[in-house]
Design a protein around this ligand. Structure first.
Ligand code: ATP
Ligand code: MG
Length: 359
């Protein structure tokens, strides 16, 4: 499985472009502002049905155009499935195999892409929401019913919160708490076993990028460690009543990355933190590849940002060694690149929104 063909229309400065990516490493070279990130944004749109740069489609659609389209073919040569996303200012259409879909879920399942870019460091530095999103994306790909489970949990949480706010009969609190405990425990267990499985891949990536063996992933379910969720809900009932919402639960779930027993974000340099984030995302891609070989695509933007030349080379060789279909952008000097990738990569040059196959 790979992205075999890509057609882009009206994504930022890319008016129209068609390319046939290679199944391994694809290198995208171009000056600042040429359209490299926009090209990755287009591939990401095809993978998730949304952009990583802006939730507002008006910003992504080329100025003065009504909508953008990204379409492509995913699969093995000769047996690709047609996929497409059309984004207007207030409407979206997702198509898979020639059929319109109600949501992006089918697209996400068919074409999982992992994005690594300078802002990815927010995964370790930013609020828990980012880490939960990462976990949930990973669990979604291994657990068929996970999306339903998350929806059920959210609906039940809403109901319990309505009781806490006095908008529904107080007598139903025990029933909603029981149901919430059931769904919440399942979510926390799935997230925790996902982290258990990612650990080994993470350890390998961390060693390859940072040469360290003292990095740990610690899961936080969203309530007091060692307690069951049902007990945590019972204990927090008086607080929840006062607050008018449910305090503990997987809606507060998180994980921490510790280096030598200390939180990575308080201790590592900016470049090291970036490498650690990249190791985590590469581990996520590696785990999915192990589960469902040949499906995952890597998007790596601005590989040179804040990394010294040795680390850029390390990262590029690691990306190459995964064997995954990858798209890697470069804006700066390219001396080290040729040495690392040899002749195996497919090369594209991006110039003012135009893409040409190069060498
Ligand atoms: N909606 C839009 N319509 C047209 N052009 C846009 C739109 N949004 C952004 N642009 C322009 O698209 C160009 C390409 O941006 P992009 O971020 O893809 O460049 P890049 O090659 O990644 O540059 P860098 O190396 O600096 O990261 C920029 O000049 C930007 O101003
Ligand atoms: Mg860019």
């Amino acid at each position: 499985m790979a992205l075999l063909k890509l057609d882009i229309a009206d994504v930022r400065n890319i008016e129209s472009a068609s390319l046939s990516p290679g199944e391994g490493l694809n290198l995208l070279f171009g000056a600042n502002g040429s359209g490299k990130t926009s090209l990755l944004e287009a591939i990401y749109l095809l993978s998730r049905g949304k952009s990583f740069r802006s939730p507002q489609s008006g910003r992504i659609i080329r100025f003065d155009r009504p909508c953008l389209t990204v379409s492509g073919s995913i699969g093995r040569p000769g047996a690709g499935i047609a996929v497409g996303v059309r984004l207007g200012r207030s409407e979206k259409e997702v198509r898979v195999g020639g059929r319109s879909c109600d949501s992006s879920a089918q697209l996400i399942r068919l074409f999982p892409a992992v994005l690594i870019h300078p802002a990815s460091v927010a995964l370790l530095e930013g609020p828990p929401r980012w880490r939960r999103q990462m976990l949930d994306w990973g669990v979604f790909h291994v657990e068929q019913g996970y999306l339903d489970l998350l929806r059920r949990f959210s609906r039940t949480l809403e109901q319990r919160n309505a009781v806490l706010r006095g908008e529904a009969p107080g007598s139903s609190l025990a029933a909603w708490s029981g149901e919430l405990a059931r769904w919440g425990t399942m979510i926390a267990e799935l997230r925790s076993s996902y982290l258990d499985r990612i650990r080994m891949h993470f350890g390998e990536m961390v060693f390859a990028l940072l040469g360290r063996t003292d990095v740990e992933l610690v899961v936080r379910p969203g309530w007091r460690a060692g307690w069951s969720y049902a007990d945590a809900l019972a204990a927090s009932q008086p607080t929840d009543r006062r607050l008018g919402y449910t305090e503990p639960g997987p809606q507060k779930g998180d994980f921490a990355v510790l280096v030598g027993g200390r939180p990575a974000r308080d201790y590592l340099s900016r470049g090291q933190l970036k490498l650690l984030t990249y190791a985590l995302l590469l581990a996520q891609a590696g785990l999915l590849e192990a589960d469902q070989p040949g499906r995952v695509c890597l998007l790596v933007d601005d590989i040179a940002s804040e990394l010294d030349s040795r680390n850029q080379e390390r990262l590029l060789s690691l990306v190459k060694s995964t064997g995954l279909q990858s798209f890697v952008t470069f804006s700066g000097a390219t001396q080290g690149v040729a040495a690392v990738v040899g002749r195996t990569a497919r090369v594209f040059h991006v110039e003012q929104g135009r893409i040409r196959t190069g060498s």
